[in-house]
Design a protein. Structure first.
Length: 115
C-alpha cells in the first residue's frame, strides 16, 4: 500500500483550534491538488479544503471559509489543515488525499468538538 498518513486530531472544546497534518508517501507530478475531506457520523465523506499544487491556490467548503486554512510544506511532503473556531458540527474523521490520482486512503484522524 502507498497511503497517506493523517495525524493531529483530538478532543477540543467549541471555539478551540487544532492543526491536522498529512504526510504524502511520495511526490507525483500527476498530482494537481491536495485535499482534506471529512466523514461525520452517519454521513458520507465530504470535501473540506483544497490546495492546487501548481500555484498554491486554496478553496474551501462554505461552512469552513474563514475558519480553516490549508497549507503545505513541500520539503516535508506534508499538507496541513489549521482549524480555528471549531464547532460541534466539525466532529468527524478527517482524511486527506491527492487529486485526481489519489493514494491509498489512510486511517484518518478523529476530531471531536465538545459543546
Amino acid at each position: 500500500q502507498v497511503q497517506v498518513v493523517e495525524s493531529g486530531g483530538g478532543v477540543v472544546q467549541a471555539g478551540g483550534s487544532l492543526r491536522l497534518s498529512c504526510v504524502v508517501p511520495r511526490s507525483d507530478r500527476r498530482i494537481q491538488a491536495m485535499a482534506w475531506y471529512r466523514r461525520a457520523p452517519g454521513k458520507q465523506r465530504g470535501l473540506v479544503a483544497t490546495l492546487i499544487t501548481d500555484d498554491g491556490e486554496t478553496g474551501y467548503a462554505d461552512s469552513e471559509k474563514g475558519r480553516f486554512i490549508i497549507s503545505r510544506d513541500s520539503a516535508k511532503k506534508t499538507v496541513y489543515l489549521q482549524m480555528n473556531s471549531l464547532k460541534p458540527e466539525d466532529t468527524a474523521v478527517y482524511y486527506c488525499n491527492a487529486v485526481p490520482y489519489p493514494f491509498d486512503w489512510g486511517q484518518g484522524t478523529q476530531v471531536t468538538v465538545s459543546s
